[in-house]
Design a binder for this molecule. Sequence first.
Ligand code: K1U
Ligand code: ZN
Length: 172
Amino acid sequence: MTRLAVLRYPDERLHTVAAPVQEVNDAIRTLAADMTQTMYAGGGIGLAATQVDVHLRVIVIDVSERKNQLLTLINPEIVKAGGSLAYEEGCLSVPGVYEKVKRAAWLRVRALGLDGKPFELPADGWLAVCIQHEIDHLDGMVFVEHLPRPQQARILKNMAAPRSPRKAKQGR
Ligand code: K1U
Ligand code: ZN
């Protein structure tokens, strides 16, 4: 398994709409395994292929505390959703930024598994939030784009701010 590089907001490639997977084959299984390694190594609860610059509809999610309930969703589609909640979200593509986003509180998602077979899954709480966040990535949307424009502008400004220069070592 390989840890992949994660694109950083405001990289334009994060706005690419991902294409459906045509066949669940070994290349897709390798991509999912590499994404899983990347998600765990980054301390994330989810990752979309878009974030590793692969524009196919593949997401990995593990919202469990013990990190032992991995879900891989290929071509995920929300078939039912309802309610409303706002959790503080983060994103491996927008490091250091945490903001509340309004989402559906529960949903039912349909997807293909790593075996290529379709399945459906009900979700609420963090799992529902994470599924919506990752499907947004596949549709070319980053979570900060749900926020009011002035807030987005502030985040962009902070992301673009150059790091403070290292202090030169003083000689004696
Ligand atoms: O970049 C990503 O898509 C991963 C992202 C997923 C996510 C986090 C919180 C709400 C919705 C979706 C992360 O895992 S960022 C890591 C992080 O900040 C976090 C980790 C665990 C719980 C909450 C946030
Ligand atoms: Zn994200």
